[in-house]
Design a protein around this ligand. Structure first.
Ligand code: C2E
Ligand code: MG
Ligand code: MG
Length: 632
């Protein structure tokens, strides 16, 4: 709706203004021509296309035809009517009067648009112009009203406005739609960028720990070397490998293994500077690149710090693990200036650390590459050891204190290497464990030990029991119970004659899986013993839970029992506790009479060691047994 407007225009008073007041006070005199003039005015008035009316004292004096038609009044019907007749309401009439009246009385003209009323009461939009008939006597001279029906124009304007609004609404909608599409597009672009960024990150980082991977580490190493060459710095490459980490995975499961790796990554990152690179390059292998170190910097304390931090107990779930690293270090420029060489040197030094008892730091020396080569060759040769029939079992007797007789033998593996001669298990079992070869090798050991029992039985050489060592990896191989069962069947051995020796780490896993494997083996009827007891971190409570039969006290305690009171006390305590749990205790590594006497006095039931016999081939065992010499 258009607003009502009062538009007061100061009237330019026409020169012939007097004539416009003719209808109210027709000029007198000069009869015919005056009449003619009157008729002319009448004709003009009635033929005008706009409505024209004269009012005085707020009543109609005259209205032309167009006016009457506009308001649907009959000819002459308005004369004498109050101005009210054409207004919608009394209030509006009064309001317009109060505004228009003063202006008209000042001789000014007024324009406004209002809804006015037809005779039948319907309203319609009009444009009104009002002006005094006689500007000289505006108050007394009456008012002339010129009225136009603007309903159509207003309608058109309103329609235009509606169209405009509609257009604006559509434009707004479309703009919003576009904005939404734009936002969506932006979101997609961002998502894409994010995915690309992630892919790039993944291609250069290890997913588990978030550390740089080998590729990124190699880049950084090359970069660090280039810079070090220009600026005279030293660069250290540190290779870290966690000791016996496979045991953690095998015994506690991969989730625990992953947690250990993440913890190690956190520790390494926390100790080192931002400019250093900590990367994970393999299962349990980390490489640290120390760039920007001054040539005279002593790297030994840094390596020692890494060792100490990583060796601190590591809590996984409710368990405390003792994971240690073996560390190898190579240095630019001393050892070389080629990234690949420096890495392989650090690797060789790390292997040397493993070979020298694990949990230590070794700096690269030229001789180590040769050692690494030798190890690689050994691993390669080991692949063929079973096929070429190079493995052999030696047997060491177990002596019963009470009878002084042999009550069984422990089968100990030897490798008759075609060039290197007899190799002891300590030198190749870790390689077999690392490479997975322990599974076929272990299977061979079980079968061979059982077959030996069969041969001895057939030769009328009665042996009560045979002990076989199992590594953790073998124990957690789900086919083990079936293999053992098979070996027993083939040899015709009674199950209780076979004793499987496992290490404490297996008990520590203490998982559902361990329980179930234990139960399966026990169901076969074989005996289970804990080997090297005291070197791990298991407690006697575990032994009870798993219904272990025998406990073998590690020879490191036995060695010093006659000289070290602590070791003597430990052995005594182990024997007492084991007896209260109804476990049979076996002492390993007995070499002297004093050790033997001490163990017997403690209440230990069995012993094994060089004092009685070294591990020997089956033929030597038979010979010794055939002699009439006693054992104790
Ligand atoms: P173990 O099961 O504790 O075996 C006892 C080790 O102590 C044997 O070493 C034995 O030769 C040695 N020994 C026996 N009496 C004495 C002694 O009086 N003094 C000293 N100093 N040592 C003594 P060996 O044969 O070199 O075996 C070492 C380890 O290798 C074994 O320790 C066992 O853990 C592992 N092993 C041996 N054979 C096998 C096998 O077939 N499978 C697996 N998985 N491991 C095996
Ligand atoms: Mg053993
Ligand atoms: Mg042992």
């Amino acid at each position: 709706m258009l607003p009502s407007t009062y538009n007061a225009i100061t009237m330019g008073i026409p020169r012939n203004a007097g004539q416009t007041s003719l209808p109210e006070s027709p000029p007198v005199g000069n009869g015919a021509s005056e009449h003619e003039t009157l008729l002319k005015y009448e004709a003009i008035l009635n033929n005008a296309s706009v409505g024209i009316a004269f009012t005085k004292d707020r009543a109609f004096q005259h209205a032309n035809r167009a006016f009457e038609e506009l308001f649907a009044w009959p000819a002459g019907g308005l004369v004498g009517q109050s101005g009210m007749a054409v207004w919608g309401s009394k209030e509006e009439y009064a309001e317009v009067g109060s505004v228009v009246g003063p202006l008209l009385s000042q001789g000014r003209s007024v324009e406004l648009e209002r809804r006015m009323k037809r005779r039948d009461g319907t309203l319609f939009w009009c444009r009104l112009q009002a002006r005094p008939v006689d500007p000289v006597n505006p108050v007394t001279g009456g008012t002339i009203w010129i009225i136009e029906d603007v309903a159509e124009r207003r309608h058109a304007v309103e329609r235009l406005q509606q169209l405009n609004e509609e257009l604006e609404r559509r434009v707004k909608e479309r703009t919003e739609e576009l904005a939404r599409a734009n936002d969506k597009l932006k979101g997609e672009v961002n998502e894409r960028l994010h995915a690309e960024e992630r892919a790039r990150h993944l291609s250069l980082h290890d997913e588990l720990t978030g550390l740089p991977n080998r590729r990124l580490m190699q880049d950084r190493l090359a970069h660090a070397l280039a810079q070090a060459r220009r600026e005279g710095w030293q660069v250290a490459v540190i290779f870290l490998d966690l000791d016996r980490f496979k045991n953690v995975n095998d015994t506690l499961g991969h989730a625990a293994g992953d947690e250990v790796l993440r913890e190690m990554a956190r520790r390494l990152t926390a100790i080192l500077r931002d400019s250093d690179t900590v990367s994970r390059v393999g299962g349990d292998e980390f490489v640290v690149v120390l760039s920007h170190t001054q040539v005279e910097t002593d790297l030994a304390p840094i390596a020692a710090k890494l060792m100490a931090e990583l060796s601190a107990p590591c809590t996984v779930g409710d368990r405390e693990l003792h994971v240690t690293p073996s560390i190898g270090v190579s240095v630019f420029p001393d050892d070389g200036d080629d990234p690949a060489k420096l890495l392989s040197y650090a690797d060789a030094a790390m292997y040397h650390a493993k070979a020298t008892g694990r949990r230590n730091v070794q700096f690269y020396a030229a001789t180590m590459s040769a050692a690494l080569q030798a190890r690689l060759k050994l691993e390669n040769d080991l692949h063929f050891a079973v096929l070429r029939n190079e493995l052999e079992l030696f047997y060491q007797p177990r002596i019963d204190f009470s009878s002084g007789m042999v009550i069984g033998y422990e089968a100990l593996l030897r490798w008759n290497h075609p060039q290197d001669g007899v190799i002891a298990p300590g030198a190749f079992i870790p390689i077999a464990e690392d490479s997975g070869l322990i599974i076929p090798i272990g299977e061979w050991v079980i079968r061979e030990a059982c077959q030996q029992m069969k041969r001895w039985r057939e030769a009328n050489f009665a042996v009560q029991s045979m002990s076989v060592n199992l590594s953790a990896r073998q124990f957690f191989d789900s086919s083990l119970p079936e293999r053992v069962h098979q070996a027993l069947l083939e040899s015709g051995m009674r199950p209780e004659q076979l004793e499987l020796e496992i290490t404490e780490s297996i008990l520590m896993a203490n998982t559902e899986e361990t329980m179930s494997l234990f139960a399966q083996l026990k169901r076969l009827g074989v005996k289970l013993s804990i080997d090297d007891f005291g070197t791990g971190f298991s407690s006697l409570a575990y032994l009870k839970r798993f219904h272990v039969d025998n406990l073998k006290i590690d020879h490191s305690f036995v060695r010093d029992i006659s000289t070290d009171p602590d070791d003597a006390a430990i052995v005594r305590a182990i024997v007492n506790l084991a007896q209260s749990l109804q476990l049979r205790v076996i002492a390993e590594g007995v070499e002297t009479r004093e050790q033997l006497d001490f163990l017997a006095a403690c209440g230990c039931q069995e012993a094994q060691g060089f004092y009685f016999a070294r591990p020997q081939p089956a033929a030597a065992v038979e010979l010794r047994a055939a002699s009439s010499r006693g054992w104790m």
